[in-house]
Each structure stands twice: as structure tokens, then as C-alpha cells.
Design a protein around this ligand. Sequence first.
Ligand SMILES: [Zn+2]
Length: 300
Amino acid sequence: MELIGISDCCHYFSGAVNIGYVNKEGQGLLIDSGIDKGTAKKVLKILKEHQLPIDHVILTHAHTDHYGGASYLQKELSVKLHAPQLEAAIMEHPILEPIYLWNGAVPIKKLRNKFLEGEPVIIDEFLVEGQQELGSFHFEAVHLPGHSYSQMGIIIDGILYGADSYFGTKVLEKHKVPFIVDAGATISSLEKLKSLTLQGALPGHGDYETAFDGTIQANIDCHNNIKLFLLNHIKSSTDGISMEALMKRMFDHFGLKAREIGQWLLYRTSFTAYISSLIEDGTVAISVNEYTLWLKGEPL
Ligand SMILES: [Zn+2]
């Protein structure tokens, strides 16, 4: 992990998950906290070496790699935590993630690990969309749902800390099917990013870029491509296809590897999100057939 400067006041800790850090008038703002106590400890150590403070913490969304370290920060520093309201509900009750992944049933113990269930925190204030002040910081929170229910990006001094609203191209190529909960909202959020005038942007996973339009477009193309693949498969199956059979084809086509149950469930959520958008677009119908959920192309 390394503290990298973007501008006079904007920095980030580079890693598998990037963590934003802004320093202004002797105050420090941390954007996300890393996955666990170990990561949060490293952040504190590096800031201490540079004699930099933390006064406020913004948590962009309720995925453990972004908020799991916040519990340690809350106990160690008594800093105030800020998060979007719906995301805050999960951060305060982290079992909700394994619950939703496990179809709403009480999750099996295997799913109750630090990758799917972070340490609980108490959120001090809800982060709302728009221009706002927080201590020495003036910033804009941008609502970027799709990857999670109510994710927020932060624009400060013309730099966007984009959370997981988009991924760096290498990350996108690796995952092939990114994690999403709403395909329509994911694409709308990406279109929103395209309309912003910024000096540069940092995704939660990937590199800081000053010219990031190509990366945003690669994300849009990725989602549209997956949606089209699924739609074509449904339409070419004259009698329709079961959700299970179609998901198997998606795994096969994109060469997805899920060694852990958790990984498989994350892919299933993305798959369900794409199917939802096809149903809501009116191009696919869903029913119960042969005891399974059945998809069929709607006649044009
Ligand atoms: Zn995420």
C-alpha cells in the first residue's frame, strides 16, 4: 500500500481496493476504509509517518472491501462515519449481505466471512447527494447506484473518487461479469459520469486517470454486451430457457470461475440483475414452468 498524490490536497492509498485521502487546512478526509483492521492499521501508520490527520470518514457503499476497516477506525480514533442511508443499514447490520446472497434465508456459516460480512459500524450521519461542507472540505456527493443499492461517489477539487461505479479496464477484463445489483442503474450511473467535467477520476479498483472516457465506455460496452448475450440466448430458445440453464451458459461463455460458493453467489446476483433489466425493458417474460423460473423472449 502506498500513498499517492493526485493534486495538492487529493491523494489515495493504492491497492487491490483504492482508499481516498484528502487533506485541507490541517484536516483529513478518508474515503473508504479498506477491508479489515489490518488495512485500516496500515492506513493509520502511513498517515502517521507523514504526520497527516483523519477527521472524517466517508464510506461509499456497503461492500466489505470498502467499509470493513471502519470499525477499527471508529474505535481507535472516534472519527465520525458518513454513508448513504441504505448502505448504512447494511454496514450497521452486515449479515444482510450474506442474507441477500443466500436468497433471503439465514446464511450458512461458510458465507459469514470477512469478504461478505464486515465488522459492524455505527454510521454517525447519512451522506446525501449534492454540494456540501464537512469541516474544511467542500465537496459534491454524486449518487451512483447500480453496483450497490445506493452508492455515492465524491467530487472534490475536480477529482472524482468514483467508488465502484466503474472499474479500470484491467479489472473489467479480469472479472468479465462485474458485480451489480441493478443493470439499468449501473448504465445510467456510467452515463452520468460521462456528462461530468472533471480533472480526473479514481475507481475503487483500477488506476487514476485524467482521461477516463474510454474506461467509462469500456464499462458501458461490457454491461451491454452481457445483456445482449443473455437476450440473444433467451430469444433463440424457442420454448424458453430456465434461469439455471441460462446462468450456466453465461458462466461457460465468459469463462467465469467460481471456486468459492460466495463467488458463485455474487455472479448469480449480477446475472439476476441483468435478467431483471430485460424483464423491465419488456423484452423478456418470466414465469414458473417445470418447477423452475422460466425465461422467454417477448414477441416484438
Ligand atoms: Zn463494491
